[in-house]
Structure formats: structure tokens, C-alpha cells
Design a protein around this ligand. Structure first.
Ligand code: ADP
Ligand code: MG
Length: 259
């Protein structure tokens, strides 16, 4: 069964149409990228899937079950995870403890006074850190880590709830190109191994075209193209409306250069 099916999603903010009849599907184990200029409605779409925003109309189905209108925590409980930045209060804790906290939260264990967080779910946390290549840093405080490594810990935290679908809204923002490629590689490998669907946005077109199984192009709230990377790359409307006549990657590099 299709993991995520979105039909006829609409969202307006006053006079702004942030999403217009947005519809797409995502299969388990696939990486689906949403690209589009700033203000295209990417985050709005993510937030309607994740429960942060209620659509004006339309449906979101997770494995056939309607989830639109549910609160974010309920959406998360049903199997949609997302990467969040590690809160400032947790940076003094170790890498492993951060992941253990996520596991405790997922397994709904209320910590009693004096409970020793450092022993709970430790093996499970280490397994997740292994998966993202951070096992060797398990006992270092997060605050000591390089930015790209923090991002990998955040991915391990998101995986603690064993999501069926992972939402990643600009996961590599602020990262160096090499770290960025690494994070996307790890994410793609884990998605395939664990049959997790990944919905992501990303400014770096090289990363998008290298890792996405399918790409949606959103312009002013509307999907103007939906297909395999090669199809999207050669789509006339995408070139015209979004990229001009430049190559995709070159156009995005030029855009970044101007910002
Ligand atoms: P993207 O993530 O593609 O850059 P967004 O989904 O954030 O785009 O925004 C789509 C449009 O909706 C933009 O015009 C933005 O200004 C508007 N918008 C997004 N969120 C809100 C909000 N909470 N209130 C009012 N307007 C919003
Ligand atoms: Mg956004």
C-alpha cells in the first residue's frame, strides 16, 4: 500500500495561496524531493503533512489512514518523524543521552525521580548512532561536535521513533558541501534499508538530483512537475518557469551566489 498519499491540499494565508490542489504519493523506501523557489509552499506542504498546519481542504493518508487535522504529536505517534534541531538545553548532554531521551520519549516512559537516564535504552541508542556513523562519539557532549555531526545525531534522534515516513525540511541548511553530501548519503541508505519513505526539501540541486527517486516542483503553491530526476531536468515547464534556460545545478549555484 502507498505509504503517503496527499490529495487536493489547499492552504491560503490571507490573499496568499500557499498550496493549491497539491497532490502526490510516496512509496516506502523512496526519497521524494520537493523543490521550488522561496515562498513556493514547500514548508507549508511539509507542515500540513506533519500536523503543524491544518489544510483548508484536502486529505493526507498515511498507509491508507486519514491523518489531516491531527495534532503533531499524534501524527508523530502514527509514524511520521521529522528532524528537529537539538534544543539548547540538551547540548551539555552526551550524544548517546540525547538519543536515549528520544527513545524514552517514544516508549512513553516517564522518568521517575532519580532514574538514571544514562543506562536506559543505551544499547538501542548506540545502534542508532552506529547507523548514522556517530557511535565513536557517543560519550562526548553534543556541544563539542562539529555542525555536520550534530545533524547526524538529529537524524538518529528522529529515527528513535522508528518512523515510517521522515520529513526533512532543508536538513542540510548551513552545512558544508561535503558534510551535506554525507548526510544525504546516510539518509538515502537508511531509507532504503529500513523501507522508510523520506520527503525532503533541499536548496542544493546536486544533492537533490543525486538522491531523490522522484522530484516535485512547486511554484506559487502549485505542482508544475512530478517525475524522476531525468524527467524533471528535461521538463520544459520547469526550465521555463523555474530555472530559465540554465542547467539546473548551474542555476541554483548562481542563485546561491547572489544571496
Ligand atoms: P517555502 O518553504 O517554499 O519557502 P512557505 O511554505 O514557507 O514556502 O511559504 C509559502 C507562502 O505562504 C509564502 O508566500 C509565505 O510568505 C506564506 N506563508 C507561509 N506561512 C505563513 C504564515 N504562517 N502566515 C502567513 N503567510 C505564510
Ligand atoms: Mg521553507
Amino acid at each position: 500500500m502507498t505509504l503517503l498519499k496527499v490529495t487536493g491540499l489547499n492552504k491560503r494565508f490571507g490573499g496568499v495561496v500557499a498550496a493549491k490542489d497539491v497532490a502526490f504519493a510516496l512509496e516506502a523506501g523512496d526519497m521524494l524531493a520537493i523543490i521550488g523557489p522561496n515562498g513556493a509552499g514547500k514548508s507549508t506542504t511539509f507542515n500540513m503533512v506533519g500536523g503543524q498546519l491544518r489544510p483548508d481542504s484536502g486529505q493526507v493518508l498515511l498507509a491508507g489512514q486519514p491523518i489531516s487535522g491531527l495534532a503533531p504529536r499524534e501524527v508523530w505517534r502514527r509514524g511520521i518523524g521529522r528532524t528537529f534541531q537539538i534544543a539548547q538545553t540538551f547540548v551539555s548532554m552526551s550524544v548517546a543521552e540525547n538519543v536515549q531521551m528520544a527513545l524514552i520519549s517514544w516508549h512513553d516512559q516517564i522518568m521517575s525521580v532519580g532514574a538514571r537516564a544514562e543506562t536506559r535504552y543505551r544499547p538501542e541508542a548506540l545502534d542508532l548512532l552506529d547507523l548514522v556513523g556517530m557511535r565513536a562519539d557517543a560519550d562526548r557532549p553534543v556541544r563539542e561536535l562539529a555542525y555536520g555531526d550534530v545533524k547526524r545525531v538529529e537524524l538518529a534522534i528522529a529515527l528513535a521513533s522508528a518512523p515510517k515516513l521522515l520529513l526533512m525540511d532543508e536538513p542540510t541548511a548551513g552545512m558544508a558541501p561535503k558534510e551535506r553530501a554525507q548526510l544525504m548519503d546516510i539518509t538515502a541508505t537508511i531509507a532504503r534499508q529500513r523501507k522508510i519513505g523520506v520527503l525532503f526539501t533541499e536548496h542544493d540541486m546536486d544533492a537533490v538530483f543525486a538522491h531523490a527517486d522522484r522530484i516535485l516542483v512547486l511554484v506559487r503553491g502549485e505542482i508544475i512537475a512530478d517525475g524522476k530526476p531525468d524527467e524533471v531536468r528535461s521538463n520544459a515547464r520547469v526550465k521555463q518557469v523555474y530555472l530559465g534556460d540554465m542547467g539546473v545545478a548551474a542555476a541554483m549555484r548562481a542563485r546561491r551566489g547572489r544571496v
